[in-house]
Design a binder for this molecule. Sequence first.
Ligand code: HEC
Length: 124
Amino acid sequence: MAAGCDSPVHKDDQLPKPAPKVDYIRKIEGRSEKIALKEAQRGEVLIAYADCYTCHTKEKRAKGPAFQAIADRYPVNDGYFELLALKIIKGGSGAWGNPVMSPHQDLTEEDARMMVKYILSLKK
Ligand code: HEC
């Protein structure tokens, strides 16, 4: 008799594994660059004219994370300017918990990047 194919699955293999603990606000290490003041200032203005403050505030968590918490989490460099700019344009969830950020498809990547630069300039 071939035991291979229909040997019973060990019960132990089916025990649910404890869910891995996800630390949403884990700080990400990385190289940091300087942000041009002009771009950060432009980003601040763009944010004021967009809908960002309906879900975000500078210092406190609202529907979305506080801008300062975002700044504390991410390294300040080009890879993250791009990643976060695309996230603002496409919207989405999963990085901070359950609520979803609406997409902002009318934003250019350039403008979204300046918004990110303003947000990350709040890093203490
Ligand atoms: C409808 C509510 C809402 C609006 C409007 C909104 N956001 Fe968000 N934003 C969120 C939520 C919720 C998250 C967290 C998403 C997640 O957990 O991945 C978030 C996350 C972010 C992040 C961090 C993304 C990440 O992956 O860590 C940035 C940067 C950001 N928002 C910028 C902006 C900017 C700039 C605007 C305006 C153009 C804006 N948001 C408008 C709800 C919103």
